[in-house]
Design a protein around this ligand. Structure first.
Ligand SMILES: Nc1ncnc2c1ncn2[C@@H]1O[C@H](COP(=O)(O)OP(=O)(O)OP(=O)(O)O)[C@@H](O)[C@H]1O
Ligand SMILES: [K+]
Ligand SMILES: [Mg+2]
Length: 689
């Protein structure tokens, strides 16, 4: 029962267009529209002209009804084009949110009193589960909530959330212990400790995010909006002053007629930065949606926009650059010990180690050396692995069995009084590390017995993607708890620019702070619990969906495909959002400049015939000139909707070059377009009139 990735729907698909049309009328509600102040002003302008139209019909207004009526219609269309663009941008996300909702319907869970496969369970509804409850999930069952696997390992189908039908392994102990509510166990059983209360799960957050319920304006967006409001206020003042001025002028000149309210309203809307204001909400939402189509969930728009300016990308090694299931492939004895002896000690040190590394050592010892050792004596004490000590093991029968990073294990046996470290140890460790594998040194008491070779594989095709990041000026740095030689080997193979080895969680955190203090915008990708502090500090924090719950909580972006090079797409979308916004602002403002030439002469020509010099567009009549400007001002919005939704085409080139290039195209284009457009519309009106 594999569900396949949903086929991508175009934003302009009729399944999206129709509901968006309905939604665009709902968005006219002033209680919603005021969030976009410029368009809110246009709505007020529309109401005023509508009232004037009614007055024209009853003869209470001197202007012809066809004129006030058409101006009103086109002002309303201006607002609707804007709300439609926003509704269109939200469309695909809403469709997917609706299908996610379906996966959340009344699931039941088997709640356990304690995390033990043999203990009895009670069946409860998913909405009764609370943080720290334990549940048993067996093959074929839906996982009722977010949590961590605390016992067992299972194959999980996450397609309901990720759209990816290939099952993934979820197991206790390592960096792949997190499970998401709404996904299905397809083989084996696991015990899950619930980590989120109902209503606060990843799926809930995803749905509300996609539906835009929690969408906040980003700082960039707010800054631009402040500028647009300021411009709008200036034009409002200008327009408000024209009326008394024109009345005075009519008296002084002894000719012409004062400027009417309809004309003033039209002038205001044409001068205000309506094009960018109309498309502003859609640009950000569409960007998030484009990322979402790439299976990236951005928990904040701010993070995506920050990604557009990233200079440094830090990546965790295991599970991020590599596949992450480090497996023991060989035992290499040292100091005259036998392979059998080493295997036995490694097994003892790993019997209670729930990490993938520990389990794979147990598996190899059993398989290659026929060792048993299922039960440890009751006096056995487990020394669990931690990223701080980089060591794990067991104390039993007066013996201390350990395995860990070479330097950590050597330091440990020294504390037990070891005098001589076997001479060939360094060679063996280095040989394994140079091949990009992780050497784990095994000891029993003060004696070093040998080395376990843990192999890992680099994820496919990431070299070219790092190359692309480099060409965009982004430096990639791998940070790992592993030793410098392994790190160097993997760094060379993956082609990252730099690496930091033997990094503890606080080293990762410090590296980020240093880069930030140097003025860089830092992105971090990670999957482990030990990456969480660094993720929380990074400007752009991308967690692998396969990662642990703390990592996913500390991040502001989650990649459902767990692909470290996804940052490239995130950066691209971030840059696109910023560029699209900038380009459309340039276009919008230069556009408005051109509209002066259409409206001002038309408005004041009857009073000051000298203004004829400004009348370079030679529009048919003053009324047709004003109407043409209003129509052009409205239809430029839907014409630019595809650009706003798809984003400016992204080219990896230096920022300054790009800026000049865009200024030329959108600035010049913005000045020329209205001359051509308004003249054309004026000619058409002339044909009908
Ligand atoms: N189960 C284990 N028992 C003992 N030592 C371990 C175990 N797992 C890992 N180590 C050692 O601890 C080091 C740090 O491991 P850890 O997985 O925490 O690194 P990290 O900082 O997450 O970096 P990365 O994930 O990039 O390797 C490893 O390189 C290895 O030498
Ligand atoms: K305008
Ligand atoms: Mg890790």
């Amino acid at each position: 029962m594999s569900i396949h990735k949903p086929e991508p729907i175009s934003i302009f698909d009729s399944r999206i267009m129709k509901p968006a049309l309905i939604e665009s009328f709902k968005k006219l509600d002033p209680r919603q529209l005021w969030r976009n102040p410029v368009m809110f002003c246009v709505e007020i302008a529309s109401v005023i002209t509508l009232a004037t139209f009614v007055m024209s019909l009853t003869g209470a207004n001197r202007e012809p009804a066809w004129f006030t009526g058409l101006v009103s219609v086109w002002l309303w269309l201006t607002v609707i084009f804007s709300t439609f663009a926003e509704a269109l941008a939200e469309g695909r996300g809403k469709a997917r949110a609706a299908s996610l909702r379906k996966t959340r319907t009344d699931v039941t869970a088997k709640r356990l009193a304690k995390p033990d496969f043999t203990s009895a369970f009670t069946t409860v509804g998913a909405n009764q589960l609370r943080k720290d409850d334990f549940i048993l999930v067996e093959a074929g069952e839906l996982i009722a909530g977010d949590g961590d696997v605390v016992a067992g390992a299972a194959l999980v189908n996450e397609s309901a959330v990720t759209g990816e039908s290939a099952p993934v392994v979820r197991e206790s102990g390592g960096d792949r212990s997190a499970v998401t509510g709404g996904t299905t166990v397809i083989a084996n059983s696991i015990i899950v400790r619930i980590t989120a209360n109902p209503g606060e799960t990843f799926l809930d957050r995803m749905i509300s995010l996609i539906e835009g319920a929690k969408r906040r304006k980003t700082p960039n967006e707010i800054a631009l909006e402040v500028l647009l409001i300021a411009l709008t206020l200036v034009f409002l003042l200008v327009c408000a002053n024209i009326s008394p001025l024109s009345m005075y002028s009519v008296k002084a000149a002894g000719q012409g007629s004062p400027v009417s309210l309809t004309v003033l309203t039209a002038l205001f809307v044409c001068l205000a930065p309506t094009t960018i204001a109309a498309l502003l909400p859609a640009i950000g939402i569409a960007g998030m949606d484009r990322l979402f189509q790439k299976n990236v969930i951005a928990l904040s728009g701010r993070a995506i926009e920050a990604a557009g300016d990233v200079n440094v990308l830090l990546l965790d090694k295991t599970g991020t650059i590599t596949l992450g299931n480090r497996e023991a492939v060989a035992f290499v004895p040292v100091g005259g010990h036998s392979e059998q002896e080493l295997a036995e000690a490694a097994l003892m040190a790993s019997l209670t180690d729930e990490t993938p590394e520990g389990r794979s050592i147990v598996a190899l010892a059993k398989q290659k050396h026929g060792l048993k050792g299922d039960a440890l004596p009751p006096d056995a004490e487990t020394i669990a692995f931690s990223a701080e000590t980089r060591l794990s093991g067991v104390n039993t029968g007066g013996n201390r069995y350990r395995k860990g990073a070479a330097d950590s294990t050597v330091a440990f046996v020294r504390t037990l009084g070891a005098r001589a470290i076997p001479g060939e140890l360094t060679d063996v460790v280095d040989r394994i590390a140079r091949a990009g594998a992780t050497p784990l040194v095994v000891s029993c008491d003060a004696e070093i017995l040998g080395v376990v070779n843990l192999k890992d594989i680099i994820k496919g095709g990431i070299q070219e993607r790092f190359q692309q990041l480099r060409s965009m000026g982004i430096k990639t740095v791998m940070i790992t708890g592993d030793n410098p030689l392994t790190a160097a080997a993997i760094a060379a193979e993956a082609q990252v620019d730099d690496f930091l080895a033997q990094a503890r969680p606080e080293d990762k955190l410090r590296l980020i702070k240093e880069n930030q203090e140097a003025g860089y915008m830092v992105a971090m990708t990670g999957d482990g619990t030990n990456d969480a502090p660094a993720l929380a500090q990074a400007d752009v924090a991308v967690a692998m969906n396969t990662g642990t719950q703390p990592a996913r909580e500390a991040a502001n972006i989650i990649d459902l495909d767990s692909n470290p090079t996804k940052l490239l797409d995130i950066v691209e979308v971030g840059k696109q959002i910023l560029m699209t916004r900038g380009n459309l602002t340039t276009f919008s403002i230069s556009n408005d400049v051109a509209k002066y030439f259409a409206i001002i002469p038309a408005m004041l020509l009857s009073i000051y015939p000298q203004l004829e010099v400004l009348n370079i567009m030679h529009l048919a009549t003053p009324l047709s000139a004003i109407l043409s400007a209003v129509i052009f001002n409205a239809i430029i919005i839907p014409l630019l909707v595809p650009l706003a939704l798809r984003g400016t085409k992204f080219r990896p080139m230096p920022a300054e070059k790009l800026l000049i290039h865009n200024l030329l195209i959108y600035g010049a284009g913005g000045i020329i377009a209205p001359f051509v457009g308004i003249k054309g519309i004026d000619l058409m009106i002339g044909m009908f009139a």
